[in-house]
Design a protein. Structure first.
Length: 407
């Protein structure tokens, strides 16, 4: 078996430190334990040379025991072939070993202690849309432990009798973060939550707000899709959120609104809900006619490319976008991206729907080869600037082409 060379110990310790550092940058689990292990390794490397030096230090000469001394041996002197370790030297080494063992024992105890759930840096920020109406614009990237799945847009309306929240977040912790963001604007409680859709970050925070006394509402088909998708979505979120998903319970909207559209009067505000069926079956948008503001849910994306899922319908999305545009909204709170006007929404979403339906749909109906068609339209300068273009555009075309092939 090989032995540890003088440089192998430091190399191993610094390799572990590098590993722990990479885990920290990647958001890996158990960062505190890994850091403590690295600290223990460094401590051992710091103490070990001193211990070896002490052990290698030549002992001080021992005086012979004179003849006639009470402890005189039969040979008249100590056996010089096996010199004893000087008492002072031996005591120093033992003291040193005891301190090292105590230090390492403390580190072992720290490693065994239960650690609190990891923390996340993302804090939702509120921006004013118009008087009394606010948006919370989430990051454009993927769900993560850092953002708690709040990679979407939310909004709320402050009324004299309470707050109306549009969508509730992807988890209990996410819902608590949204609630805290609302508290920066008003002390009014959240009395109503309106779900625009059934994708995880639209509704998995419902249970938290219900526990705070809020009424949860959605269109009937939105609630039905939530009921069908809840368990699967919770399992899928676990790989993104990990332990920060703890305490999250799927609660499909208990109060369901029937018909193809519905009008609510909440706290003196009028909300008009219409199905879009764009991203998920049963998705809806919320229009506030008094203010000319629309919360589109996942019908509209700006700053990043529209996402087409296996459950999405570009045909219905295209039609719903036209319906939304006919409302002539002054301000649009999209599903993803900055609060915008109709012109930006048209350029970055409406025109993309038109391409998928009119151009790609025509190719599918003409039974052109799909691979050839997708390659022909792989580079679209009008949308290339949008985030996620490279990773989503071809998949979007594939799903849209398949939708038209099946018609």
């Amino acid at each position: 078996m090989g032995h540890l060379t003088p440089t192998a110990g430091p190399a191993f310790a610094f390799t572990w430190l590098g590993y722990a550092g990479r885990e920290a940058m990647a958001g890996g689990e158990g960062l505190i334990q890994k850091g403590l292990i690295a600290l223990a390794l460094l401590a051992v490397l710091a103490f070990l040379p001193r211990l070896v030096a002490r052990l290698r230090r030549p002992p001080s000469p021992q005086p012979l025991v004179p003849d006639g001394h009470p402890f005189h041996s039969q040979r008249g002197r100590l056996d010089e072939s096996t010199p004893a370790l000087p008492s002072g030297h031996q005591g120093g080494v033992m003291k040193f070993i005891k301190s090292l063992v105590g230090y390492l024992s403390a580190l072992v105890l720290l490693l065994c202690l239960p650690l609190p759930a990891s923390t996340a840096d993302y804090v939702p920020q509120v921006e004013v849309v118009t008087t009394g109406i606010y948006a919370i614009v989430g990051p454009l990237g993927q769900r993560s432990q850092e953002n708690d799945g709040l990679n979407a847009n939310y909004g709320f309306i402050v009324t004299p009798t309470g707050v109306i929240l549009i969508d509730s977040g992807a988890s209990r912790i996410a819902a608590e973060k949204l609630d805290a963001a609302i508290r920066t604007v008003t002390d009014q409680p959240v009395r109503w939550v309106v779900n625009t859709g059934s994708q995880d970050h639209r509704w998995l925070g419902n249970a938290y707000f219900a526990s705070q006394g809020a009424e949860i509402l959605a269109m009937a088909r939105t609630g039905a899709t939530q009921s069908q998708q809840g368990a699967q979505q919770l399992a899928g979120l676990e790989r993104f959120l990990g332990e920060r998903l703890q305490g999250t319970t799927p609660l499909p909207a208990p109060k369901l609104l029937t018909g193809d559209s519905a009008t609510l009067d909440l706290g003196g505000e009028t909300l008009e809900l219409r199905y879009t069926d764009a991203h998920y079956p049963g998705d809806a948008m919320v229009f506030l006619p008094k203010h000319g503001v629309v919360f589109t849910g996942d019908l509209v994306y700006v700053d990043r490319l529209l996402g087409i899922l296996p459950s999405s319908s570009v045909t219905k999305g295209h039609q719903a976008f036209k319906t939304m545009a006919a409302l002539a909204p002054k301000r649009i709170v999209p599903g993803h991206g900055r609060v915008c006007d109709l012109d930006q929404a048209q350029r970055e979403t409406g025109d993309y729907y038109a391409f998928l339906v009119d151009t790609l749909g025509a190719a599918a109906r003409e039974m052109e080869p799909m691979d050839e068609t997708l390659s022909r339209y792989a580079d679209l300068p009008a949308f290339r600037h949008l985030e996620n273009y490279d990773s989503l555009h071809r998949a979007n075309m594939n799903r849209a082409f398949t939708e038209f092939e099946s018609q």
